[in-house]
Design a protein around this ligand. Structure first.
Ligand SMILES: [Zn+2]
Length: 381
């Protein structure tokens, strides 16, 4: 197999759905470059027009709320909520889909957002079902959080339909941020999250498992309502990232820290990343990034350096150190907690993970997986 790196950042072409051009530059870098030519004043005006329309429409429908925002209380959702309220002048209803076994810091952050002056509805999906789904996706896909991500996405759309609210403000479009433009259109339309399911060929129905007592009914909170129905109801869904010039991972974090966001206090080597303000509400995301690293040859630290390179904070050369130092790491306590959650012992955990490791990219030495490639250099096995 071949693994190529983007010539601008350190993104490898092993990311599912990523687009590289003829010069071997990734779509996310090209989008970042193109931003100097984007008329953000015009985009922001367009978003303000949607917001004004939503306010008028809400009034007509007799609604209290003008828009829905799905929130975790993390950096992005804090930015979205404050932006909607203070900049766009909307009265947002925040929907928090609470992860099973929410972390202390996650709970603190959702409380913080609440205390900034927002109404929040917390949704707590059935934990027995959530655990079965985590096990199923771990065994079948080598991904512990695949099912819970459906729930995170779906909750805002479900509640928009239930409350008849005309506008949904989502944060980030992965096509723009990560360059995964084969999976999803690179626009501001947040109904495109459904394209992710279609193209991956894995709609939420694939989690139905009658032998394990998971029925379609159990997945109600995991399923985005029909887009045609939402459009007919006059519901619009947008990605704030597309419209706001200010949107960036690091800037959102600064913005949210100034408003009370708490980060993780771990050794960064236990987190496999070098910033403290991502993946705050669930510990399962940390071993999940480690597994992703073993499947595709990159983990969360790679994503972080790519943001830093594109936004001019790191050179491609300097970034390699961060990737070599932190990528793919996961503290033992997170592996222990994951095993407890999944109801398996550590030997079983590694037996399953080993099955998903890309053996072209990694080899086992003294019982540990070691990379065969060099970060930043095209590799062929
Ligand atoms: Zn790139």
């Amino acid at each position: 197999m071949k693994m190529r790196y983007c010539k601008h950042c350190l993104q490898p072409d092993t990311r599912p759905g990523v687009v590289f051009d003829d010069e071997c530059v990734c779509f996310a870098c090209r989008y970042e470059e193109s931003k100097v030519n984007i008329d953000f004043a015009q985009r922001e005006a367009e978003l303000q027009a949607y917001a004004d329309e939503a306010k008028a429409e809400s009034k007509k429908r007799g609604n209290i709320y003008d828009c829905i925002i799905g929130v975790s209380g993390g950096k992005d959702s804090t930015f979205q909520a404050v932006y909607a309220k203070e900049k766009l002048g909307l009265n947002p209803l925040l929907i928090n889909c609470m992860p099973d076994e929410i972390t202390e810091v996650g709970q603190k952050n959702i409380d913080n957002l609440n205390h900034l002056g927002f109404d929040i509805i917390s949704i707590r999906p059935n934990p027995i079902v959530a655990r079965k789904l985590a096990r199923k996706s771990f065994y079948e896909r080598g991904n512990i959080v695949a099912a819970s991500e459906y729930c995170l996405w779906a909750s805002a759309y479900i509640m928009a339909v239930k409350f008849n609210i005309p506008l949904i403000i989502q944060g980030e479009n992965a096509a723009l941020t990560l360059g995964a433009a084969k999976n999803q259109e690179a626009t501001g339309n947040a109904f495109s999250v459904l394209q992710l399911e279609t193209i991956r060929g894995a709609s939420v129905d694939s989690f139905v498992d009658l032998s394990n007592n998971i029925t379609e009914k159990d997945l109600f909170l995991y399923k985005i309502p029909d887009v045609e129905l939402m459009e007919k109801m006059g519901i619009r869904a947008v990605f704030l990232q597309y419209y706001s010039k200010e949107w960036s991972q690091v800037r959102n974090a600064d913005f949210a820290i100034a408003r009370g966001l708490t980060g993780r206090s771990d050794d960064l080597h236990d987190l496999g990343r070098y910033r403290r303000y991502t993946a705050l509400d669930s510990d399962l995301q940390i071993p999940n990034q480690m597994i992703k690293y073993l499947k595709f040859g990159f983990g969360y630290a790679t994503d972080e350096v790519c943001y830093d390179i594109r936004e001019g904070r790191l050179s491609r050369e300097d970034a390699k150190w961060y990737v070599n130092e932190y990528d793919g790491l996961c503290g033992q306590k997170y592996i222990d907690a994951t095993c407890r959650y999944l109801g398996i012992d550590e030997a079983e955990f590694w037996r399953v993970v080993d099955g998903f490791v890309n053996k072209d990219l990694f080899e086992k030495k003294d019982g540990r997986w070691v990379k065969k490639f060099t970060v930043g250099e095209d590799y062929e096995s």
